[in-house]
Design a protein around this ligand. Sequence first.
Ligand SMILES: [Zn+2]
Length: 218
Amino acid sequence: MGAHALQATHPTRVQGRENMTIEKTGLTTTSLGATRPELVVVGPPGAAPQPGMPVWPDTPDGIDPEGATFLVIAASSEPEAHDVAQNWMTAAACVAPTRLLAVGSLADDNNRRAVEQAIAKACTGVRIMVVGGQHDVLLTLAAARTAGALPEELSAFVIHTRDLPMYCAHCRDTHRVVGQPGEIVECPGCRRQVEIHRHCSATRGSFLASDAQARTLA
Ligand SMILES: [Zn+2]
């Protein structure tokens, strides 16, 4: 059924543009539809996932032909994120009404609010497709889950894992940090040396971190 439906949704520029809404974006619309989108259906990644760690697809998910509407969120200004968003837009607009929200990092409160508002406005049956760096994708997915989005309504593609949202157990706040799980970083909030644990809360959208000395003192 999936393959049949995908075949039926081969995009044309005209069809795509009828359904397309682009919000707050620096993307040029002239190139939309210029490249034929790849409707790739991605299976489970080959590598065995570590419990508590997010698993990201190697290539962007294809468009779900069952989607009633689509909300594409490009939470990055990097060209790769825009390319992915444009391909999703072109393909999705042939299936159902499609909106694009292009924002910068969710570390900025204005961007975070724009994402939350767009998600709040989305209706039942929406497919929310997020592309950006790991930090912004995780926070966007968490905002969508908080707003009641179901797992099958969410799709994400991470263009890099240089940064992540870190929840500090000491200052009890979430910060954007450049680092990897298992590493020790300085908490931007309380300035403690904290270890980023290999555990990401999907609900909160962040990795837990705690005092790096606590383990040796215990
Ligand atoms: Zn802290």
